[in-house]
Design a binder for this molecule. Structure first.
Ligand code: UN1
Length: 499
């Protein structure tokens, strides 16, 4: 048997591929098959971060002066190259992250969509012009780049989410240092390689791979990093925000969810069932938008539960590279532990385990981190399983009697990312749009499936008020208000024009 040598990857700093200063590395392992090592990546620390930030700072001096439509041309080319490489990059992503090929193709497609969407902004980047209160005075406000941006990316959308951060930051004239998630660095490398091949100058994007405490924290704290964009858990997001607060650094946080789907008794139940399966078990439940609570009207609860459990139990779990697999592995042992421990918590709280509830370890599952699609019935809104994010293939069913009660239950948690309502009643649909406390509401569609050109983000402990997609430019630019006086006299605002 011949085995291909394991590839060693380097950090990208100022256009050069460099090993970590310490020489430390970590392995990127296929979660469906732990004997498959995808590559060895630098385990970086503050020294590497300092080099990368210095490179980004140097590149900023020239990149900020490149006309935005020219910066955008690189993104258009990147979109086209990503399309050509879509299949290869999707395969790489399934291998490192686990989700099935159809989904990793979607992840690459989301980066392609983002490239074209944001490239269009190169000819817009709208500011404002307003009248001055004084004669012969012109007033406007223009968007300026912020400087060096630090980015910390999650593993569940290993290409799409880095693209949500990098592309708008770049079109606006910023330079970037990105730390990919340690479980899925290759997809960030693929994305950045695409940018280089599209003509991105050296130093404009730098990659420093490694773990949060060693590589992420120094990035957050570095004085030359002007803003931080983070997607990940609420616990880590809180640490990021606290550390950044010491230097008043703007932080965009995109964090957890406990997303509710409400199914009314007038809903198309087959449609709701398809939506529930996709929302709860797509990406093996590892989306911040995953459907993790299904609120069922009492009139349809029994029928829906029975069908959902049968369908969930029949889902094909396995290696996402294989045909016919519907649910891939969880990304690592830690996620399996979290799912396992939440199942124990739910049972101890009195919830009924209807299917799944355990890691799959036998036969073809032995070399990976697989968890059976899990449904809990009889869940009450106060239970931890109904309130805390699992980030695995575990869904809770909660029964309700009235629409108002369903809205109250949906809102009774600390998170507010995504929500869904299945009904044929247009009036209720509009009430839900108004009353659900969340950044996203779907009508007759599950809680997942956001498109890149709408604002993405949530309320309460899901985020800190920023949005990706439409809204990202507000984070990656800063306003410069400009007053041009053509009167040749001193005109004092608030004084010379007063009665
Ligand atoms: C995430 O779950 O972290 O809306 C992002 C969706 C995807 C993005 C999810 N387009 O489910």
């Amino acid at each position: 048997m011949t085995s291909t040598p394991i590839k060693t990857y380097s950090n990208l700093i100022g256009g050069e591929w460099l090993a970590s200063k310490s020489g430390q590395t970590f392995q990127n392992i296929n979660p469906a098959d732990h004997s498959d090592i995808i590559g060895v990546f630098p385990a970086s620390n503050a020294d590497d971060v300092a080099l990368a930030v210095a490179a980004a700072k140097k590149a900023y001096a020239t990149w900020r002066l490149v006309p935005a439509p020219k910066r955008a041309e690189i993104l258009y080319r990147a979109g086209a190259i990503l399309s050509e490489r879509k299949e290869q990059y999707a395969r790489d992503m399934t291998r490192e992250m686990g989700k099935v090929l159809a989904e990793t193709r979607g992840d690459v497609q989301e980066a392609i969509d983002e490239a074209y969407y944001v490239a269009g902004e190169g000819r817009r980047l709208f500011g404002v012009t307003v009248p001055s209160e004084l004669q012969n005075k012109f007033a406007m406000s223009v968007r300026m780049p912020v400087g060096v941006i630090g980015m910390i990316a999650p593993w569940n959308f290993p290409m799409a989410i880095p693209s949500w951060k990098l592309f708008p930051a770049l079109v606006a004239g910023n330079t970037c240092v990105i730390k990919p998630a340690e479980d899925t660095p290759l997809s960030t490398y693929n994305l950045v390689q695409t940018l280089i091949d599209a003509g991105l100058p050296p130093g404009v994007v730098n990659i420093v791979s490694g773990y949060g405490p060693e590589a992420g924290a120094p990035l957050v704290e570095h004085p030359d990093v002007r803003a931080i964009s983070f997607t990940g858990s609420s616990a880590t997001g809180s640490l990021v925000a606290q550390r950044a607060a010491a230097t008043f650094k703007p932080v965009s946080l995109e964090m957890g969810g406990k997303n509710a789907m409400i199914v009314m008794d007038d809903a198309n139940l087959e449609l709701a069932l398809e939506g529930a399966l996709w929302g709860a078990f797509g990406t093996t439940g590892q989306r911040c938008t995953a459907t993790s609570r299904i609120l069922l009207h009492k009139n349809i609860a029994a029928e829906f539960t029975q069908k959902l459990v049968a369908r969930a139990a029949a889902l094909k779990v396995g290696n996402g590279l294989e045909d016919g697999i519907e649910v891939g592995p969880q990304v690592n042992d830690q996620q399996i532990e979290t799912s396992t421990s939440y199942c124990a918590i739910a049972i101890a709280e009195g919830a009924q385990l209807l299917t799944g509830g355990k890691a799959l370890t036998e036969g073809s599952y032995a070399n990976g981190t697989f968890f059976a699609p899990t449904v809990f019935g009889g869940v009450k809104p106060h239970m931890r399983i109904a309130r805390e994010e699992v980030f695995g293939p575990v869904v809770s069913l909660i029964e309700f009697s009235t629409f108002e009660e369903a809205i109250e239950i949906a809102n009774s948690i600390d998170y507010g990312l995504s929500t869904a309502l299945y009904t044929k009643d247009i009036n209720r649909a509009f009430s839900a749009i108004r009353d659900l406390e969340a950044g996203i509401t779907y009508i007759n569609a599950p809680t997942i499936g956001a498109e890149v050109h709408l604002p993405f983000g949530g309320v309460k402990q899901t985020g800190n008020g920023h949005r990706e997609g439409l809204g990202a430019l507000d984070f990656y630019t800063t306003w410069k208000s400009v007053y041009i006086d053509s009167s040749d006299t001193l005109q004092r605002a608030q004084i010379d024009n007063a009665e």
